[in-house]
Design a protein around this ligand. Structure first.
Ligand code: BGC
Length: 621
């Protein structure tokens, strides 16, 4: 990573005390909820009283997060006094993926806590990273990369609020979001999870998301806990530094501390200030040392220096990556400051080993107490410990799950996220009254490609993955006049005689390291579809679905108009809103768009900086 102007500029204002006022001033317009920072330590008394009554086993149980599908027996919730359960991207309820199945499953597990002596409710966590997108029929929002192009903190906050309601409808009270990574190399398979390569924009929208999820009051029954992730440097890993030398996800971020702070740490102080109740340490390493076991990063910086009062949740099976001996790894991570362990299947072993480590004096009881106090005070702040509050899901929220009102917010996010990269001879907007429009491309009628990863499954998948949404083809049909004829061919043939063509191309779904790419070319079939359309000698509008800037030169050259639509989610009408002129395109690139792979990584502030489209680019009409 080259030292850059932006690094130097930020390096000069490193101290959080100086940084925070600056960032918060720029975010005060973010929404109606600007107020004093949320404090979790005000619940210390209540947490301490409970802590004093707890056995070591009960304390260790609070520090464990198992997975619904990994439970050896559902009764382990009470046997091991579990503090939390998660469902990761592929962990569906046994009864399927419906809203009802999710709610029933969560309620059933939650009810088990009432069989324990202390009846401490579970925190249930899920990756609602662009809507409650594990559940069939949820409103699916654009991935963060698109939200970054909206430059609209109020909209990000609103989207998070809608997501929180849909999550709450299933009885879940915690989302592992927002991802406030600052991705600096688009070969990373998680680029789309970040708002921007610009740490300031990631910070600003990160605050908005935290506010939207938590609504400045975790006791609000319509809010969910936020989790700022992945701390720290997840977006800065070096290509080739991942395990087994492949790719970069979970790899090594090789930066001096000043640069790490200026780029990758920068969004954290404001997220903490906004009240983020939880933070997830990153799988990745900083200069060769795993963040999950990094005492300086977790305790010295995050808790002592930045005053983080919430709790740290390890990433999925991340602890075992810290040392080949699981027990040793647990000792390192807990002593480094990890408070809760995401141990989908190995939770029994974690329980046993951590108990032994305490008995052997390797992990001091004071560290256990600190971790449990942090977890309990969040539970108190949420009102979860209040015996008068309903323990189970509020099923009245079901009627608004995936509702029109929720989808309207997502549609607005889609149309504001679109970045118009080219518009020759006013190819856009198209007329709704054209006699015939020809639609093409593998993604024109493909809600799965439109949503990307983290949709119904971890990796996402092509095809009709979730009901209730609208593909681009369907959106076009809904938008044009009744007289307009819409024809469709996936490969772009047969367009002759149409007034214009719309072709939807791009990446297929992926998530995390499986999306790491050494090259960033368009698929051959995409280029072929454009070629075929060009033969019809009509204006060709290209819409690109992608989780990052990719190499588009050839397609861009051929296109009359080119729209970067990112991974917009279920609301295809946000796209037709813009291409048929009901709304002007206003999205601005949240990432630099490279000319060639040899330029990558290329980021705002780098010298030389000669991209295809610079950070902030976006046309309108
Ligand atoms: C990801 C996290 C996610 C967790 C739980 C991990 O693989 O890195 O971002 O929250 O899984 O699904």
């Amino acid at each position: 990573m080259r030292p850059t102007d932006i690094h130097r500029r930020h390096a000069a204002i490193l101290l959080p005390s100086l940084l925070l006022p600056l960032l918060l001033t720029s975010c005060q317009t973010a929404g109606p909820h600007s107020q004093a920072a949320l404090s979790f330590s005000v619940y210390d008394n209540q947490a301490n009283q409970l802590l004093a009554r707890m056995t070591l086993e009960e304390k260790i149980g609070q520090m464990i997060q198992a997975e619904n599908t990994g439970l050896e027996d559902p009764s382990d919730v009470e046997t091991y006094f579990l503090g939390s359960i998660l469902s990761s991207g592929d962990a569906d309820p046994e009864a399927g993926n419906s809203l009802k199945a999710w709610t029933d499953m969560v309620d059933a597990l939650q009810q088990r806590t009432q069989l324990t002596r202390l009846k401490i409710p579970l925190l249930y966590g899920v990756d609602a990273v662009h809507g409650h997108s594990n559940v069939l029929g949820a409103t699916v929002f654009p991935h963060n990369i698109g939200m970054g192009c909206t430059r609209d903190p109020e909209l990000v906050e609103q989207a998070a609020r809608v997501t929180a309601r849909e999550v709450r409808a299933t009885g879940i009270q915690w989302t592992f979001a927002p991802c406030i990574a600052v991705p600096r190399d688009e070969r990373w398979g998680r680029t789309y999870e970040g708002f921007s390569e610009n740490p300031k924009l990631a910070a600003e929208l990160g605050i908005a998301a935290v506010r939207g999820y938590q609504q400045d009051n975790p006791a609000n029954p319509l809010s969910v806990l936020a989790c700022a992730k992945h701390y720290v440097g997840d977006g800065g890993t070096v290509f080739g530094s991942a395990q087994e030398g492949r790719g970069m996800d979970q790899g090594d971020t090789r930066l001096d501390e000043e640069t790490l702070r200026a780029i990758h740490l920068l969004p954290y102080p404001p997220a903490i200030e906004a009240g983020a109740a939880t933070i997830m340490p990153s799988y990745s390493s900083w200069n060769g040392l795993k963040c999950s076991g990094h005492k300086y990063l977790l305790t010295t910086v995050l808790k002592d220096e930045l005053g983080f009062e919430g709790f740290l949740i390890s990433d999925y099976n991340a602890i075992k990556q810290v040392h080949p001996n699981f027990k040793v790894a647990i000792g390192i991570c807990v002593n480094a400051g990890m408070d809760m362990a995401m141990e989908p299947t190995r939770y029994r072993l974690f329980f046993q080993y951590l108990k032994e480590l305490v008995e052997e004096g390797v992990v001091p009881v004071s560290r256990i107490d600190d971790a449990v106090r942090r977890i309990l005070r969040v539970k108190f702040a949420m009102g979860l410990m209040d015996p008068d509050r309903p323990l189970l899901a509020d099923r009245r929220l079901h009627k608004n799950f995936g509702s029109e009102a929720h989808r309207r917010v997502a549609r607005k996010a889609v149309r504001k996220s679109l970045v118009l990269l080219k518009n020759e001879a006013n190819a856009l907007p198209l007329s709704k009254n054209a006699a015939r429009i020809h639609v093409s491309g593998k993604s024109a009628d493909n809600i799965g490609n439109q949503c990307g990863g983290w949709t119904i499954t971890w990796q996402g998948q092509s095809g009709p993955v979730t009901p209730g949404g609208t593909t681009v083809l369907e959106a076009i049909r809904k938008t044009v006049s009744p007289k307009t004829k819409i024809t469709f061919s996936e490969n772009g043939t047969g367009a002759e005689g149409a007034d214009a063509a719309i072709v939807v191309i791009g990446e297929r779904p992926y998530a995390e390291g499986l999306g790491d790419r050494a090259e960033l070319n368009l698929d051959k079939e995409d280029l072929q579809a454009i070629d075929n359309l060009k033969k019809a000698r009509i204006p060709v509008v290209v819409i690109l679905f992608s989780g990052r800037p990719i190499i588009i030169n050839e397609a861009l050259e051929q296109a009359d108009a080119f729209v970067a639509a990112w991974l917009p989610g279920t609301e295809g009408q946000g796209i037709t809103d813009v291409i048929f002129g009901d709304y002007k395109p206003i999205g601005k690139l949240s990432f630099t768009w490279p000319k060639s792979l040899s330029q990558v990584p290329l980021n705002i502030g780098d010298q030389p900086y000669d991209p295809l489209f610079e950070y902030g680019f976006g046309l309108s009409y």
